[in-house]
Design a protein around this ligand. Structure first.
Ligand code: PGA
Length: 251
């Protein structure tokens, strides 16, 4: 049996009171499952409410959706990795497609954020994924490998082996379209080869699939040999639906 990761990216949803209600509802039903880790990525200002609600439930981890690449300074509106860590985050999403495409984040900035996360003791979850045009041109593998290599550039194998990678095709995010489980598995296999070379280890780095993951497709996705879990946006917002998602049986 694999160890699975179910990560919920709330994006810009759930004010602190909604998050507190979500956590109460979810904890009322969810019993720890040893074969999986759950990570919630609330908005930064909502994170303390989630930390407070989870209390001693260390089987459920918390992350931030974004960090700045500098450790501190005059960057109005930004949060550093150390601030996130101090607030209770253990993980940080880096290079999410919305950051890349809506906010113009580059591969070089993404790489700096990976470094900033490690300096503060956060685990970076590096997101990669191709656009529809790139997929149609047959460039998927080139694009995701470029993003992966840029994201881990200069890191030693030990650091790379502590990361999490998420493959999220841009055309599948929030659209209801998703990669077929075998398409996802194929891309994961390509990513896995590069990660294996970088870490000089077999296995190691968990690779999540994201993009319109739902109750209808989650089991087929996590049953793929190279899929170690899912990064879920829309379908992570409702506590009952999220409970059904994270208790999906391994195939
Ligand atoms: P979605 O988002 O599940 O709503 O498609 C996934 C993500 O952006 O992480």
């Amino acid at each position: 049996m694999k160890h699975l990761i179910f990560a919920g990216n709330w994006k810009m949803n759930h004010a602190p009171a909604d998050a507190a209600a979500f956590v109460r509802d979810f904890l009322a039903h969810y019993q720890r499952m040893k074969d999986r880790t759950i990570i919630l990525f609330p908005p930064a200002l909502t994170l303390p409410a989630v930390v407070h609600g989870l209390k001693e439930r260390n089987d459920i981890q918390i992350g931030v959706q974004n960090i700045h690449w500098e450790d501190k300074g005059a960057f109005t509106g930004e949060n550093s990795a150390a601030i996130a860590r101090g607030a209770g985050a253990k993980y940080a999403l880096v290079g999410h497609s919305e950051r890349r495409h809506l906010f113009g984040e580059t591969d070089a900035e993404t790489r700096k954020k990976v470094g900033a996360a490690f300096r503060a003791g956060l685990i970076p979850v590096l997101c990669v994924g191709e656009t529809l045009i790139q997929r149609e041109r047959g460039e998927t593998n080139d694009v995701v490998l470029r993003q992966l290599r840029a994201g881990i550039e200069g890191l030693d194998g030990q650091h790379v082996s502590q990361m999490v990678v998420a493959y999220e095709p841009v055309w599948a995010i929030g659209t209801g379209k998703n990669a077929t489980p075998t398409d996802a598995n194929d891309v994961h296999t390509v990513l896995r080869d590069t990660l294996r070379q970088a870490t000089e280890r077999v296995g190691g780095v968990p690779i999540l699939y994201g993009g319109s993951v739902s109750l209808a497709n989650v089991q087929a996705l996590v049953s793929q040999p190279e899929v170690d879990g899912v990064l879920v946006g829309g379908a992570s917002l409702d506590a009952g639906g999220w409970h059904s998602m994270v208790t999906t049986k391994q195939g």
